[in-house]
Design a protein around this ligand. Structure first.
Ligand code: AMP
Ligand code: MG
Length: 491
């Protein structure tokens, strides 16, 4: 395999990372390779290549300069001055066919200087989850890290559940720089490193700010905008990230770290899946505020560069926070109005969204299908939509009143009904990686060495906005009336 590595992070000062090789594994087996992504990255391979050897870290390719990156982070609100890649190793960077710089990273590849008490490994379940969910998110139009390969190691890893099969995922990202990377240097009062990092980040991710008069401030605002867009995408899909610590908040604006993440079935704004999130810090509806909290952590590290006068610097940051809130509100409103087929927007329309969400919450309607089936109402199929609501016979009148108001509003638009349906179906997916599907995929793979569910899901999620006859069973919620799914961080 030929990879034209073009590594840049390694040219930063040595205390930004540790040079470290992946720890070899005994019996690597290729589970999945993403050929389409490999082509996008410009990787050149032949049938002779042993992909399992390469993407387990057993074979290091020419030009690869493996490093573990240093970072810190606020975990559930508490600052940890040193985290870093404890089980991930950056193999190097490539320039893809779209001229975009991409990191290629192994996760689960053994211990590094940042492993603390961890074994540096991952087990099969989370590797498959990240592989399928991140690829689905990509097809759903959400900025995200991608999955290039999944490899079984042939070794056991030990977790709460006992001995489990080990695996490694190859993750591709615009970069792995996080808010926590800035916090790492700030905690050490290393202002020279902070400035170096800021300049690197601007050149790599925000080149339009290269000539800005106040790079730090403009970067903060540009990042706030990207993060707001990201959270709106998550919310519009019912996605709960689950562990929005500052070390899991990417500077590039991509979704990163699919640990305890999950999608909502029935709509409840307080949905939390993670077993350790007792306070609901990272609940569905808190994600917008937590993101702002994370941005404020980044702001703290930039203050000195924003203005030498701390009071003025804080004022300027407050301006960014106000911008974030307004930008979020405006765009969230627009996206949710679009979801219900309103494209010529008036401010007062939002009450329709609020009333629908309220009804979905009270009557435990499936989040994704409520929006998807709304378009069917316009195609003379009201039953699919109405049937999503608990006791819909008893509540038919309330639902009908809402539908009438909604139809009247749609009729005021210049768009035809066919145009509205087509536009809605491009926004409201038929398929999301439902929790029971992800679980079924993992247990089949783990207990029966059967990867057919994974393959089917990956195939289906290539076109999540298109109803596909052969995958109709993937559309259904198992039981949309209950939301008691729990995810675990013990990855
Ligand atoms: P995460 O929860 O995956 O975002 O990881 C938080 C921190 O814990 C990061 O510094 C990881 O590198 C580290 N970590 C998580 N799992 C392991 C592990 N099995 N071995 C070593 N470090 C780990
Ligand atoms: Mg992480």
């Amino acid at each position: 395999m030929q990879v034209s590595f073009d590594n840049s992070y390694i040219n930063l000062p040595e205390h930004f990372y540790q040079k470290v090789l992946p720890s070899p594994v005994t019996n690597p087996q290729l589970i999945k390779f993403n050929y389409a992504l490999a082509n996008e990255l410009g990787l050149q391979f032949t049938s002779e290549d042993n992909l399992a050897e390469i993407f387990s870290g057993n074979k290091i390719l020419n030009g690869s300069e493996p490093i573990a990156m240093a970072y810190a982070g606020h975990q559930f609100g508490h600052f940890v001055p040193q985290l870093g890649d404890g089980r991930a190793i950056l193999l190097g960077e490539v320039i893809d066919i779209n001229q975009k710089r991409k990191d290629i990273q192994l996760k689960g590849s053994g211990q590094t200087a940042f492993s603390r008490r961890g074994d540096g490994r991952a087990w099969l379940g989370p590797v498959l989850r990240e592989h399928v969910v991140s690829e689905a998110m990509h097809s759903l139009g959400v900025p995200t890290t991608r999955a290039l390969a999944a490899v079984g190691t042939g070794e056991k890893v030990y977790r709460e559940q006992g001995a489990l099969p080990g695996a490694i995922i190859t993750r591709v990202a615009s970069s792995h720089i996080r808010i926590g990377t800035f916090e790492y240097f700030f905690a050490r009062k290393d202002f020279e490193a902070l400035e170096t990092l800021l300049n690197y980040v601007i050149a790599r991710h925000y080149p339009e700010l290269e000539n800005s008069e106040n790079k730090a401030l403009d970067f903060l605002q540009a990042l706030a905008k990207r993060q707001a867009d990201l959270i709106i995408k998550w919310l519009s899909l019912g996605f709960v990230h689950g562990v929005m610590n500052t070390d899991n908040c990417s500077i590039s604006g991509e979704t990163i770290d699919y640990g305890p993440c999950a999608f909502m079935d029935s709509y409840d704004p307080n949905t939390v899946f993670s077993s350790i999130d007792h306070q609901g810090r990272y609940a569905y509806q808190n994600q917008v505020n937590i993101c702002l909290w994370n941005i404020s952590c980044l702001a703290s590290t930039l203050l000195q560069m924003i203005d030498k006068d701390e009071k003025l610097a804080i004022e300027k940051c407050n301006g960014v926070f106000a911008f974030y809130k307004k930008y979020f509100d405006d765009n969230y409103t627009k996206v949710f109005l679009n979801k219900i087929g309103i494209f010529e927007i008036h401010e007062e329309d939002f009450v329709l969204v609020q009333d629908l969400l309220e009804m979905m919450f009270r009557l435990k309607a499936d989040f994704s299908l409520s929006f998807r089936y709304l378009a069917k109402v316009l195609n003379s199929d009201e039953q699919s939509f109405v049937g999503l609501f608990e006791n819909y016979h008893a509540n038919k009148q309330i639902i009908d009143i809402w539908l009438d108001r909604w139809r009247q509003r749609l009729a005021q638009q210049s768009l035809s009904i066919e145009e509205i349906i087509a536009k809605m179906n491009l926004i409201n997916p038929a398929y999301i990686p439902r929790n029971h599907l992800v679980e079924e995929m993992i247990s089949k793979a783990y207990l029966e060495n059967d990867f057919s569910v994974m393959n089917d899901l990956l195939e289906c999620f290539k076109n999540p906005f298109q109803e596909q006859e052969c995958f109709s069973h993937f559309m259904q919620a198992v039981d949309s009336k209950t939301n008691n799914y729990v995810t675990f961080c013990g990855t």
